[in-house]
Ligand binder design. Structure first.
Ligand SMILES: [Zn+2]
Length: 139
């Protein structure tokens, strides 16, 4: 199964954000701690992304669409998205991830467009709707 990665705009993400099948993966490094983040997003810093890729796959169990972003989604976001896509392809096991997307213009574009920014210090961020998300356990 060849994975492809496409882009999603901020307004598309805003309308999909509350769906239980979506996971937002923030791969910024230190910026997350002082710039805020998109509510409910997971944090997998690009610097240690490869080491934690199996944790990530555990975290997103039951979600079929992952949206990656960094500050601008020009380098780290797409790079990590491809790393995951390649990993999944090599793993030869279906993790249930069907779509890997990158948020156009990244977190900075999201914030500049006046979209909601969460400034909690929870790890992971519980987001506005995370408590109602559906958990699916396979096996
Ligand atoms: Zn938060």
């Amino acid at each position: 199964m060849a994975q492809t990665i496409s882009y999603i705009t901020g307004s598309q993400l805003l309308s999909l954000q509350r769906r239980p099948n979506i996971a937002i993966i923030d791969v910024r490094d230190d910026e997350r701690s002082y710039d805020g983040h998109i509510a409910g997003s997971f944090h997998y810093a690009s610097g240690t992304f490869t080491d934690k890729i199996t944790n990530l796959i555990q975290d997103v169990k039951g979600k079929d669409t992952l949206v990656f972003h960094c500050a601008l989604s020009q380098v780290r976001g797409p790079t990590c998205a491809w790393r995951l896509a390649n990993y999944l392809e090599e793993m030869k096991e279906d993790a249930g991830i069907k779509n890997i997307l990158v948020l156009e213009r990244g977190f900075n574009g999201w914030e500049a467009s006046g979209r909601p920014v969460c400034r909690c210090t929870d790890i992971p961020c519980k987001g506005a709707s995370a408590s109602s998300s559906i958990r699916i356990h396979s096996r």
